[in-house]
Ligand binder design. Structure first.
Ligand code: ZN
Length: 297
């Protein structure tokens, strides 16, 4: 689900963003890569302007990664520098996402969402958008950080954008997901799980991560189907009843929920794992499901 400021003066903002990116480009101590060696060819399509900004921005990020200068540290006086030196290792690689966060767009069409994600003023994006017809739009390279999760907490993770891939599903929040988009979603998740070795437990919804702020992907999202394919956990069909002294708050926390707002955590859990109602009450069934699910973590 997207949260953004009302867009205004698109052209000026895009121009400003391009200038800002260019002006912030750090100096590098090694030669620039050969022209075309890291860039993908850009087709002059309907999104040529924003695709060009994407290229400029990725060039700027690459320049940051290429910096070869040591960390600058000072002792407790703040005056005396701690000795440091740059020695580049030859053993490194790209950081990979370890979570997938699933959203619904809460918008009226996939075109509206794409428009939202190519406007600098909105400041929001996702790696992928899945249309109702099953078409998958890839909008941010998997190795880059997109602005989809925002403020929240899951386990000890607070900066979810830095360690996750965001998938927005075209859905207004009050309608069923289409078979075509779920089919495409499963194909996408299969590839992401395999490519980045993402653990089964780490396929979660936006509301799981931000239960105080977000309702998506909502109780109509087919979490059971996903779990059947290895994306996220689900309660077993036959569950052992929770004991009388079951500490449900600790169980929610062990799964990953931020229990500082216990009611919000309970609602998020029920909308994901029970999908029966969205009240804060935990029925015997809810408790049994929670008891079963938390033991998988
Ligand atoms: Zn969302």
């Amino acid at each position: 689900m997207l949260t953004y400021r009302k867009p205004q003066h698109l052209f000026l903002l895009l121009l400003f963003a391009a200038i800002l990116v260019a002006s912030c480009s750090p100096k590098v101590t090694n030669p620039k890569p050969k022209q075309g060696s890291v860039k993908s060819p850009i087709v002059k399509g309907p999104h040529f302007t924003t695709d060009s900004i994407y290229t400029t921005k990725t060039d700027s990020l690459l320049n940051i990664a290429r910096l070869q200068q040591p960390v600058m540290l000072f002792d407790s006086t703040g005056i005396i520098a701690v000795p440091s030196e740059w020695v580049g290792t030859v053993n490194f690689g790209m950081r990979k996402a370890n979570y997938v966060i699933i959203h619904y767009t809460a918008q009226d069409s996939v075109q509206q969402t794409i428009k939202t994600f190519i406007m600098a003023s909105t400041q929001v994006s996702a790696h992928y958008v899945v249309g109702k017809d099953g078409k998958v739009f890839h909008m941010v390279n998997d190795y880059l950080r997109s602005n989809h999760a925002g403020v929240g907490k899951w386990g000890s993770v607070t900066d979810m954008n830095s360690c996750s891939l965001g998938i927005e599903i075209d859905n207004n929040g009050f309608e069923p997901f289409t078979d075509m988009q779920i089919k495409s979603l499963l194909a996408l998740l299969t590839q992401l799980k395999k490519t980045y070795n993402i653990p089964t437990a780490n396929f979660i919804g936006h509301q799981d991560f931000a239960p105080r702020r977000k309702p998506d992907p909502g109780p109509m999202f087919p979490w059971k189907l996903l779990a059947d394919h290895g994306f996220g956990y689900r309660s077993d069909m036959i569950v052992v009843p929770a004991p009388d002294n079951f500490d449900y708050k600790t169980a929610l926390r062990l799964i990953g929920y931020d229990t500082s707002d216990l009611n919000a955590a309970i609602i998020a859990f029920k909308r994901h794992f029970v999908q029966d109602d969205s009240t804060v009450q935990l029925s015997p069934l809810d408790l049994n499901v929670l008891y079963n699910v938390y033991q998988k973590y």
